[in-house]
Design a protein around this ligand. Structure first.
Ligand code: ADP
Length: 893
């Protein structure tokens, strides 16, 4: 027996492959980018993924095993581009670098993972959007609540909260994370919920024990260097324990992924969910706050209209504000005061804009500094931005709100830092911090000395050409440099005879030869040694400077928030001026009174020459709580519904609104059920989705909520649809404590009869005109119901044959005559009159059961009656008898 027969498969692998397999085994769920010299290589399944996602050629090589190993790779300098594409495609990538100089390696070069990049943990500019946060959210279940922690690694934002379980969907849609981290394994019951709400987000998992309260608490305390989390508002009795679990687990995960201390995460802030109005997920989608419903309309969102920010920080904050309308009138008014101030003071507005435009994304720059990723350009950009602060401080000292004045003070005190950065770093520093050329003269005596040695050496070499020419008499002699041979003296073929003795031949060319001399090589060693020394000194000086900046991380983050705040106010002031918005008046009522309201987005999207027709709204808890809006398709019903919600939402985020005047009773929850949103891909029929949303509204809306219902019931048959829509309207009118302001658009003309029975339901319609066989949409809202639905007119316009049109009119007239019962009550309401008593309502289920029994019996009888005995064989007869007996046995007693 030979020793070979005892070899296990791994023994036969090359040492390199064994190293690869060991590293891969520690990170099985990643695509491992394995550094080999100037390339990143991927093996096995990873190579196949890379070839598919990145379009790289898949090759195979034998590494000692039984089979060839699939292989794909790319040059190291293309890392950003390729890594970005893998992350965008939803993969986690592990970057494995050579951790020792191959020259010093004994055997296989040492390698290690230096970073794992996922959608939610990417921080570099080319991975993430400038104008939105890149969030990772940790979610953990704790008895009857959920702990949620949110982090944007690129900015250091870190917040946590505890929420009721049924708020998960709403919170996730509102936060819109790129990655969601759950505790434990695949079987975590939250997995399905999370996938259902955000199918695009990457779901990652991490050790469950890291989310346990005591461990999480200790971990966070150690990170922040505090004895308790009470300073952050998380350790007081009754504080949200689940929030700490989520935050501790998330931070541990991030540090492990990034192999970094994450010193730029300087605080854990409580996320005050209760201070924001609820926005259910369908409201965020349907009101097109951040994303258009149809991906091809790139614009068309509220964010698009309002975003006139000058900095990336402002753009990100505005985005957050749009999905976080406030509830507290005091806080809203303070924001409105700031917008009003900037809107009114043209000088301040102009100056503020001028200054803001000079400010880079300092929030992410300081992140890079603390993360030890910043280069000299980043440091210089940061310092130049901080240098603008004093002028902003001056502007803000006159601000009308305490929070803006305070924001101003957080911009003070950076002068020494600015000074030290700008006096250290050269005007246009290079990208690399390892190759020198970034530190100014006069910063370090040692550096200056080494530099002057280089300069002198280079001068000596520069003069060498002249001196050698005159010494040898070869006028074409040339001194040059290349990376392989260093400095050399080049002499053409014709002059080789005049080459002096001390020249040493180094290289033969087609037209001449290259030489060196011992003096030239001595000088070269001095220069190159000095260059290397300079680079090393400059690197050290820069790293020291970067640490000095990093020490001010918390203060710079605070300043960045102040800049963002000013930028958002300025953006809202500019939108208000440009588009003619008014300042809304907020009240603790349940009314909504808007004069000449407009849809902020539709009015911006109209074709040139078209005018948006403004409309009034008078929705009052006591007499017009439910507005039922009828009108033909395309009349403008949806637009009217949405504009009212958008105006209220804009007001509560602190913006002026598109109206002549607006009085808004603060909305606690916004609900929307608009159109037929199709989630068939997730196994839910359109109608089921519609009913889930309706159920959510009926179960959770309060007297202070605002509800938009657009064509409820459309997803089922007409009779079902009308019945459901009717019952929903009745419920919203009658249920104690659940009487939200409601805008109900419908093409079911029958529903207008609701207003005959319920005092707080009012009919509105959108006026249209028939003229020369055409329908003209006037877009004007008016009292009362639409006289008819114009469906038949549209059919006529479409060229449907005249006979069909005439017959349709006849049938319509018949149907309309049946609308009222003989005692002139709307037919739809009759059932209600008959079933008023609670006892009858309780019996409803029994009634359904009885109906079912009757129908089962009826089917059996009908089958017997339909039988043709002459056609039946004895065997068929026996089988049939057996079947009927079986079915009779299934009928409940
Ligand atoms: P409906 O819901 O009644 O079918 P929409 O609200 O979708 O109608 O409106 C159809 C189109 O009419 C909109 O896309 C918009 O271009 C235009 N429109 C709606 N309301 C107005 C208005 N008040 N002024 C001008 N154009 C409007």
């Amino acid at each position: 027996m030979t020793s070979l027969e005892f070899q296990s498969p791994s023994d036969s692998l090359t040492p390199l492959m064994r190293q690869y397999n060991a590293i891969k085994a520690q990170n099985p769920d990643t695509v491992l980018l394995y550094r080999m010299g100037d390339f990143y290589e991927m093996f096995n399944e990873d190579a196949k993924i890379a070839s598919k996602v990145l379009g790289l050629t898949l090759t195979a090589r034998n590494h000692g095993g039984a089979e060839d190993v699939p292989l794909a790779g790319f040059p190291y300098h293309a890392i950003d581009r390729y890594a970005n594409r893998l992350v965008k495609a939803g993969y986690k990538i592990a970057i494995c670098e050579q951790t020792e100089d191959p020259k010093n390696a004994k055997g296989v070069v040492k390698r290690d993972i230096v970073e794992i990049i996922t959608a939610g943990t990417a921080t570099e500019d080319n991975f993430i959007e400038e104008k939105s946060n890149n969030f990772i959210v940790g979610v953990v279940s704790a008895s009857d609540a959920l702990g949620i922690a949110i982090c944007d690694l690129s900015t250091g934002l870190f917040e946590a909260e505890q929420i009721p379980k049924d708020m998960l969907g709403e919170e996730l849609v509102r936060i819109d994370p790129a990655e969601i981290l759950l505790a434990g394994e695949e079987d975590n019951p939250l997995s399905a919920d999370v996938k259902n709400v955000l199918p695009q987000a990457l779901v990652s998992r991490y050790d469950a024990w890291k989310f346990e309260h005591d461990i999480a608490d200790k971990y966070l305390c150690a990170h922040f260097g505090v004895a308790t989390l009470s300073g952050f508002g998380f350790s007081a009795p009754g504080a949200p324990a689940a929030a700490v679990c989520a935050a501790g687990g998330l931070l541990a995960y991030l540090k492990e992924q990034k192999k970094n201390d994450l010193r730029h995460i300087v605080a854990l802030s409580p996320r005050a969910l209760s201070s924001f109005a609820d926005l259910d997920p369908s409201t965020i989608r349907n009101l097109e706050l951040l994303r258009p419903m149809h991906a091809d309309d790139e614009d068309g969102t509220l964010l698009w209209v309002l975003d006139k920010t000058s900095t990336a920080m402002g753009a990100r904050l505005l985005r957050t504000w749009i999905t976080h309308p406030l509830r507290d009138i005091g806080a809203i008014s303070e924001r409105l005061d700031c917008v009003a101030w900037l809107k009114a003071d043209v000088f301040v507005k102009g100056e503020a804009e001028l200054f803001l435009r000079q400010i880079a994304d300092i929030e992410r720059l300081i992140g890079r500094v603390a993360y030890e990723r910043a280069n000299a350009r980043d440091a210089a950009a940061l310092a130049k931005s901080l240098a603008v602060f004093p002028r902003i401080v001056k502007l803000l000292s006159a601000a009308p709100s305490l929070s803006l004045v305070e924001a101003g003070t957080s911009l003070e005190g950076f002068d020494p830092l600015v000074e030290s950065v700008l006096t250290t770093i050269v005007e246009s520093p290079p990208l690399s911090i390892r190759e020198g050329g970034l530190i100014k003269t006069g910063v370090s005596a040692e550096l200056d000395e080494v530099r002057s040695a280089t300069v002198n050496g280079k001068k000596w070499i520069a003069s060498l050409q002249e001196s050698e020419r005159s010494r040898t008499g070869i006028s074409s002699l040339r001194v040059g440099y290349n990376r392989v041979f260093g400095y050399y003296i080049e002499v053409s073929k014709a002059n080789l005879g005049s080459v002096p003795e001390n020249y040493i031949r180094k290289q033969t060319l087609v037209n001449g030869e290259r030489f060196i001399t011992p003096e030239l090589k001595d000088m070269e060693a001095k220069i190159l040694g000095a260059d290397e020394k300079c680079a090393a000194l400059e690197y050290d000086l820069f790293v020291a400077l970067r640490s000095t900046i990093a020490a001010q991380c918390a203060a710079i983050q605070k300043a960045a928030r102040a800049i963002a705040l000013l930028d958002v106010y300025l953006s809202l002031a500019k939108a208000a001026t440009e588009y003619g918005y008014c300042r809304p008046v907020l009240a603790e009522s349940a009314d909504l009174a808007i004069r000449e309201g407009r849809h902020p987005v539709v009015e911006r999207m109209l074709a040139a020459g078209d005018q948006f027709v403004p409309n009034d709204t008078d929705c009052r808890a006591l007499d017009s709580q439910i507005l039922l809006i009828t009108g033909p398709n395309m009349a403008g019903k949806s637009t009217y519904l949405r504009q009212n919600a958008l105006i209220a939402l804009m007001a509560q985020m602190g913006s002026f609104v598109p109206a002549a005047s607006a009085q808004i009773g603060v909305v606690d929850k916004f609900y929307t059920r608009v159109g037929a949103s199709d989630r068939l891909a997730r196994g839910q029929s359109t109608f089921l989705v519609e009913m889930i949303e309706v159920a959510n509204i009926l179960n959770n809306a309060t007297d202070k909520s605002l509800v938009l219902l657009d064509e409820v019931g459309r997803g089922t048959s007409t009779f079902d649809g009308i019945s459901i829509a009717w019952a929903v309207a009745e419920y919203l009118h009658e249920a104690q404590g659940r009487r939200p302001r409601t805008f109900f658009a419908t093409h079911y003309h029958e529903l207008t009869e609701l207003a005959l029975l319920f005092p707080r339901i009012k009919n509105l319609h959108i006026k249209v005109k028939e003229w020369n066989d055409k329908i003209i949409f006037l877009r004007k809202i008016d009292q009362g119901s639409c006289d008819h639905s114009y469906g038949i007119q549209v059919a006529r316009l479409a060229g449907v044959p005249k006979a069909v049109i005439i017959r349709a009119k006849e049938i319509l007239a018949n149907l309309e005559n049946m609308e009222f019962s003989p005692d002139h009550k709307p037919i739809l309401a009759r059932h209600r009159e008959a079933k008023k008593s609670a006892r009858e309502a309780e019996r409803f289920d029994v009634g359904v059961q009885l109906n079912m029994i009757d129908s089962m019996k009826g089917e059996i009888i009908q089958q017997l009656l339909d039988l043709d005995l002459n056609q039946l064989t004895p065997l068929d007869a026996l089988n049939l008898l057996a079947e009927l007996k079986k079915r009779a046995g299934e009928i409940p007693e």
